[in-house]
Design a protein around this ligand. Structure first.
Ligand code: HEC
Ligand code: HEC
Length: 460
């Protein structure tokens, strides 16, 4: 199912590679990275021709098997590229009646996601502060070499710091990291039976040739327009280019961004929430959801891109879960099928998502089991201290802890990182007032902050 990317055309499947290839087809000039960084969202540079093609593809329902849904149906630009409705999983397929198996992630802030790898665990906050982990940050297009230097530098710094580093999976697209990049990813939704549901790559090719043949010939040449694999990798490239160039995928215009730039002051409750979010003995959230500006002034993306098994409760609202023998084990499948998916230590692990715009999401975690940020935060602090409040009970009244992971994988669940390192009967790391403060802080992460109104204006 994996798309063959043509390596002669795309020498590097990286942002730098994209940028070079983009330049070759006449990319519009980009604003200086620094100006963008300090001033935030001041308008949009014109999209390159390739990105404009990507934009048309992104919104085109005729590319789906049933002709009714496009990327934008699930990744709604009006809701920070996440679904506007409150369903745990979206409906797709030819007749829009096939439920998915995972919550739809936002497509915002994806462009600095590194390729999937097994690497050394980051040393958390300190490493983030010391090194440009979030290098690409949606503004580094003009200096792509710096964009790829970022993660390499970060690794080096972390290595030097962390003597007892653990090897952990990190990076990649999707909750299970099964593809490496935005451009490699694009065919998957088109042929997924519960998403756009084209029968196969040949069907996608036929649709593209019909709708975009001339444009693709003009941009990339007839050779490409007449070759199925090359055409499909080029449209992956165009979709990725759109998600990179279009500023609303990574605007960095939240109140918290203004706060980091010294342009906004947090309210008392927001400031308390941030402190609890950072405090290793309280929320400890920032150890995975990195929230510091990096040494070279890049904004944080609220993820370390690492995978963890948190043991979220099973969500009965996902139809696939009606089968008691069915489990979504993240890296171990059902959607991932490679060497990593056969390794027991990876089972139950999911990618740490960004928390940017998290207050505009309707469902949380890979299975959409939670509907409020209070419930998510309560899960972290009560999972071990008061599991009876988190998990269902069986007929005899026994609490079914970790009920969404087969017992042979439950040893993978993180019981080391605070606040998930407490024991039954301990006091939870956060009380209700503190949970409320963290949630108040999370609301500062929504893009479109308008200082004049001291609030968040509707996303454009
Ligand atoms: C029917 C809903 C639906 C449609 C239509 C859809 N997606 Fe998605 N998308 C999802 C779901 C669900 C996931 C998460 C799947 C997983 O993790 O296994 C996802 C994940 C992604 C990701 C990975 C994001 C991350 O956090 O790693 C990207 C990128 C993406 N989609 C792009 C697209 C593009 C481009 C299109 C159009 C060609 C598209 N999607 C169409 C539902 C959809
Ligand atoms: C050990 C790393 C780690 C720590 C510590 C951590 N998280 Fe997470 N967070 C994750 C991972 C991994 C997921 C995805 C889990 C899944 O879907 O199964 C996640 C998901 C989330 C989500 C859901 C986002 C979405 O789009 O679905 C929220 C909200 C969240 N975390 C908030 C917090 C808060 C608040 C704290 C501190 C109380 C915290 N996290 C601490 C790793 C961590």
């Amino acid at each position: 199912m994996r798309v063959q990317i043509n390596h002669r055309l795309l020498p590097l499947i990286t942002l730098a590679g994209l940028s070079l290839a983009g330049a070759a087809v006449g990319m519009a000039s980009e604003p200086a990275a620094n100006a963008t960084m300090t001033d935030g969202y001041d308008g949009q540079a014109p999209l390159s021709a390739v990105a404009q093609l990507g934009k048309k593809l992104f919104f085109d329902p005729s590319l789906s098997g049933g002709g009714q849904i496009s990327c934008a149906t699930c990744h709604d630009p009006a809701n920070h590229y996440a679904p506007a409705n409150g369903l745990a999983v979206q409906l797709g397929g030819l007749h829009l009646d096939q439920p998915g198996i995972r919550a739809v992630p936002s497509l915002a802030y994806k462009m600095s996601t590194p390729s999937f790898s097994i690497g050394e665990e980051s040393a958390g906050d300190e490493a983030a502060e010391a090194s440009p982990m979030t290098e690409a940050s949606g503004v580094a297009l003009a200096n792509a070499p710096a964009a790829i230097a970022g993660p390499l530098t970060a690794q080096a710094v972390v290595k030097a710091d962390a003597a007892a580093a653990n090897l952990v999976p990190q990076g990649g697209m999707f909750w299970d990291g099964r593809v490496d990049s935005l451009e490699e990813q694009a065919l998957q939704p088109m042929i997924s039976p519960f998403e756009m549901a084209c029968a196969d790559a040949a069907t996608v090719y036929a649709k593209l040739k019909k709708g975009y043949g001339k444009e693709i010939s003009a941009l990339f040449g007839d050779n490409i327009a007449n070759d199925q694999d090359m055409m499909i990798s080029e449209i992956g490239f165009a979709l990725a280019r759109y998600q990179i160039e279009e500023r609303s995928f990574h605007p960095y215009t939240s109140k918290y961004d203004d706060y980091l730039r010294g342009k906004a002051i947090l309210t008392d409750a927001e400031a308390r929430g941030l402190k609890l979010f950072d405090d290793p003995n309280k929320g400890n959230c920032a150890s995975c959801h990195l929230d510091k500006m990096t040494g070279d002034g890049q904004m944080p993306n609220f993820t370390d891109f690492e995978f963890e098994a948190l043991g979220a409760p099973r969500n009965p609202a996902i139809p696939a879960n009606a089968d008691a023998h069915y489990y979504d084990t993240g890296i171990c499948g059902p959607l991932r099928n490679d060497t990593y998916s056969t390794q027991q230590q990876n089972c139950g692990l999911f990618k740490t998502p960004t928390l940017r715009n998290v207050a505009t999401r309707h469902v949380f975690f890979h299975n959409g089991v939670y509907r409020t940020l209070e419930d998510v935060t309560r899960f972290y602090v009560k999972r071990d201290t008061n599991p009876e409040e988190i998990y269902p009970k069986d007929a005899s009244g026994k609490v079914l802890k970790y009920d969404d992971l087969p017992s042979q994988y439950q040893a993978n669940i993180d019981v080391i990182d605070a606040p998930m390192n407490r024991k039954l009967g301990d006091a939870p790391a956060l009380n209700d007032a503190e949970i409320a403060d963290i949630v108040t802080f999370l609301k500062t992460l929504t893009d479109g902050y308008d200082p004049a109104k001291d609030g968040v204006k509707a996303a454009k």
